[in-house]
Design a protein around this ligand. Structure first.
Ligand code: NAD
Length: 261
């Protein structure tokens, strides 16, 4: 349990990849601060599960990642209630699929706010604490779409490319303080986020469900397999180890070979 005594905030951890991060961190003893939307009883059950696994009471904060003040308050609450903040994982994310001329402006603003700006606000809030402690790990879930584009995803691709630029910049600013800042870029991971975009992709590209599954999603990945949330979380856990102290400013792909093609 190499993370015993450490506090980890994971945004968007009530579902999918974020929940896998939370479980992996708890399995190594971290105090986890959950965040994201969901049913109260489901979130309470996840908190109980994480607390039982780690032996440290898991917290939940409902901060909406479109609200900078709520993000700062989440970080301050984590520090106030656990005494520290060691690991921050920027993971909350949404998708909207539409061609540029049909893309609603409020959907563009929302994708940028949740997938990019929220990570900036989290980093701004956690870096002073991590510098004071002389140790920190900041990880952001980017995407294969931080490296390549797909039609219909102008907001998401812009946000994820931006997230990598943000990662590199803050890595440089914190490099002398025992803090590493990295992005993980998964290919298609079977989560509710991917499931939800199938109808929109069918409409945007005039395809059937099977065509979207096989010709769009799995076609992108030479392995022809979805990435699993646990595979992504295992890499994040490695980045939290002292052996990973020299990995900073990196964008690490977990994409079944997608961006090699
Ligand atoms: P998901 O829909 O299962 O989970 C998203 C999480 O973000 C949920 O906990 C949700 O409640 C939370 N969230 C959404 N809006 C929020 C807001 N305004 N404030 C706070 N929390 C909010 O999706 P996922 O597939 O697990 O995606 C997680 C991250 O991984 C995202 O950043 C996504 O872009 C990225 N990603 C996913 C895939 C994939 O194929 N699933 C691939 C590459 C990158």
């Amino acid at each position: 349990m190499f993370l015993k005594g450490k506090t980890a905030v994971v945004t968007g951890s009530t579902s999918g990849i974020g929940l896998a991060y939370a479980r992996a961190l708890a399995a190594e003893g971290a105090t986890v601060v959950l965040n994201g939307f969901g049913e109260g009883d489901v979130i309470a059950a996840v908190r109980d599960e994480l607390t039982a696994t780690s032996g440290a009471a898991a917290l939940y904060d409902a901060a909406d990642m479109t609200d900078p003040a709520a993000i700062a308050a989440l970080v301050e609450r984590a520090v106030a209630e656990t005494g520290r903040i060691d690991i921050a994982i920027n993971n909350a994310g949404i998708q909207h699929v539409a061609s540029i001329e049909d893309f609603p402006i409020d959907a563009f603003d929302r994708v940028l706010a949740i997938n990019l700006s929220s990570a900036w606000h989290v980093m701004r809030a956690v870096v002073p604490h991590m510098k004071r402690q002389g140790w920190g790990r900041i990880i952001s879930t980017a995407s294969a779409h931080s490296l390549v584009a797909s039609p219909g995803k102008s907001a998401y691709v812009a946000a994820k490319h931006g997230l990598v630029g943000l990662t590199k910049t803050v890595a440089l600013e914190t490099a002398r303080h025992g803090i590493t800042v990295n992005a993980i870029s998964p290919g298609y991971v079977w989560t509710p986020l991917v499931e939800r975009q199938i109808p929109d992709t069918m409409a945007a590209r005039g395809m059937t469900r099977d065509q979207v599954m096989n010709d769009v999603l799995l076609a992108a990945q030479p392995t022809r397999e979805f990435v699993t949330p646990e595979q992504v979380a295992a890499l994040a856990l490695f980045l939290c180890r002292d052996e990973a102290a020299s990995i900073t400013g990196a964008n690490l792909s977990v994409d079944g070979g997608w961006t090699a093609a």
